[in-house]
Ligand binder design. Structure first.
Ligand SMILES: C[S@@+](CC[C@H](N)C(=O)[O-])C[C@H]1O[C@@H](n2cnc3c(N)ncnc32)[C@H](O)[C@@H]1O
Length: 254
């Protein structure tokens, strides 16, 4: 069992599905050099970002640790995805042009080992593009409520590594494995209703939330639930910034 197994069924519904995949893939495609060589998506999940990149003409392969997540990616992408751990990937050395990951590196148990493994599978001259979790825009009221909830989850989990990793942490892990990063931001907006956000909380769509007991979950989610219940049930605009880091090997020419 992995922490994402129980989320697979409702994942697309609560995380933007193929339309989010299309938006992310357009921004990722623009940051990658042109080419028709294989691109590995690490933590491909249900395959929505890889599908978007395929539609833009990229040749995708993907791995993920969670069997239910990769089963959905298989339905979307076919036999180019496999169950494998980002710390020991079933991918040959130097066989992919580039690697990408979206919302993954904070979940991997040993992130330095993961970046070493990415360094192994990407061919010399290739890059590894990492998208961190989204930062809520200052005027995204719901996003800021959820960000505060995530901080409360991290506080409650105590010694566990925080889910909200920073660019500095990720750059540090990658640097130990020989990668040098350039940071890019892309802004995105999407529509949601307070009811949809309440459903995501009820479904415990954040894996870290699922590590807590019901009393803790109630305390941590109550402020955001009450605030969402007080909002009119109408479609509103959510806004956030995606932090993307394009890593290249330290010795590579830029
Ligand atoms: C938040 S989801 C993101 C999925 C996809 N990248 C997307 O944008 O929808 C994180 C994914 O990383 C996968 N993951 C976490 N740790 C992993 C590991 N050690 N090896 C491979 N995949 C892993 C999870 O199973 C999950 O599918």
């Amino acid at each position: 069992m992995t922490e994402f197994d129980g989320l697979a069924e409702s994942y697309d519904k609560t995380r933007g599905g193929e339309s989010r995949g299309a938006e992310y893939s357009a921004d990722i495609d623009a940051l990658l050099p042109p080419g028709d060589g294989p691109i590995l998506e690490i933590g491909v999940g249900t395959g929505v970002v890889a599908l978007g990149l395929e539609r833009l003409g990229r040749r995708m392969v993907g791995i993920d640790l969670s069997a239910p997540m990769i089963a959905r990616a298989h339905e979307r992408l076919g036999n180019v995805v496999a169950r494998s751990d980002a710390m020991r990937m079933s991918i040959g050395t130097g066989t992919v042009d580039h690697a990408i990951s979206v919302w993954v590196v904070h979940s991997v148990a040993d992130p330095v080992r993961h970046f070493e493994e990415a360094e192994r599978v990407v061919r010399p001259g290739g890059s590894y593009l990492v998208c961190l979790a989204q930062r809520a825009a200052p005027d995204d009221e719901i996003g800021n409520l959820i960000a505060a909830m995530s901080r409360r989850v991290d506080e409650r989990r105590g010694a566990a590594r925080p889910r909200g990793v920073t660019i500095e942490q990720v750059t540090g892990w990658a640097g130990t494995a020989g990668w040098v990063g350039t940071v890019h931001n892309f802004d995105r907006s999407w529509l949601s209703t307070p009811g949809e956000e309440l459903e995501a909380i009820a479904l415990r769509q954040w894996p870290a939330l699922r590590e807590l007991d019901e009393t803790s979950i109630e305390e941590i989610t109550r402020p955001v639930i009450d605030a969402l219940l007080a909002m009119p049930e109408e479609v509103g605009m959510r806004r956030g910034t995606v932090e993307a880091i394009v890593f290249r090997r330290g010795g590579d020419r830029r």
